[in-house]
Design a protein around this ligand. Structure first.
Ligand code: 13P
Length: 252
């Protein structure tokens, strides 16, 4: 195991949560002890309507607040969109870019994801750049090739351990209850690590590579113990404090 990198467990709330969800968020913040916070970084990415409310709620706690997407531009005539600068202004310290649901629902290409990552950096937020193969791609034996291609195109030059987190999220494992075997996770994460080191040198060794897709309290310890897994990006199980804190126990 190479846990020289401080892990990060981030919750992606997707399109879930209203103002009253602040109570559940408070259950999360109060559940993370300083002892736990010394071992693992934690973050919740609520929908943008809640960024500011949660950021205020997180003051004085060890939980960061992130966002789920941003526009490539800093401002302008883009009805309904939000810039990285606006999200940072609302209290987000990181922005997920290139989630497979954005790639699928909004046709986001690697080039768009690359621009969004740079937009996140320009607003001094961390880009959490997502990659992952579909079920058909895995069945065709192309998982490593697809992920390597997404990584090459979606991660901008200049990425380092301070400004970038990589999240490997196999599309077929998201929201399905299915997970790859630890050996399959190890294969992809090791491939990602070697690509990052090839391209970014030592910075590539320090970048966090999260696993995402049906992470829950019952499988977190096994998945988080895999070599080159530096934390998790959690969807459904991040909505309930009990489940999210149960996942964090993998690092207790
Ligand atoms: P689930 O944990 O619900 O499978 O979602 C994973 C995910 O997409 C996180 O970004």
């Amino acid at each position: 195991m190479t846990h020289t990198v401080k892990p990060l467990v981030a919750g992606n709330w997707k399109m879930n949560g209203v103002r009253s969800s602040l109570a559940e968020f408070a259950n999360i913040t109060s559940g993370v002890s300083s002892a736990l916070a010394s071992k693992v970084d934690t973050m919740i990415c609520p929908p943008a309507t809640l960024t500011y409310l949660f950021a205020v709620g997180a003051v004085g706690t060890s939980i960061a607040v992130g966002a789920q997407d941003c526009h490539t531009a800093d401002k302008g005539a883009h009805t309904g969109d939000l810039s990285a600068g606006m999200l940072a202004d609302a209290g987000a310290t990181a922005i997920i870019v290139g989630h497979s649901e954005r790639r699928a629902d909004h046709g986001e290409t690697d080039a768009v994801v690359n621009s969004k990552a740079k937009a996140a950096w320009a607003s001094n937020t961390i880009a959490v750049i997502c990659v992952g193969e579909t079920e058909a791609e895995r069945k065709a034996g192309k998982a490593v090739e697809i992920v390597a291609g997404q990584l090459a195109e979606s991660v901008p030059d200049g990425a380092d351990a301070q400004n970038t987190v990589i999240a490997y999220e196999p599309v077929w494992a998201i929201g399905t209850g299915l997970t790859p075997t630890p050996a399959d996770v190890a294969e992809i994460h090791t491939a990602i690590r070697s690509k990052l080191v090839d391209r970014f040198g030592d910075a590539g060794n320090k970048m966090r590579i999260l696993y995402g897709g049906s992470v829950k309290p019952s499988n977190a310890a096994e998945l988080m113990a895999v070599e080159n897994v530096n934390g998790a990006l959690v969807g459904g199980a991040s909505l309930k404090a009990e489940d999210f804190l149960g996942i964090l126990k993998a690092y207790a």
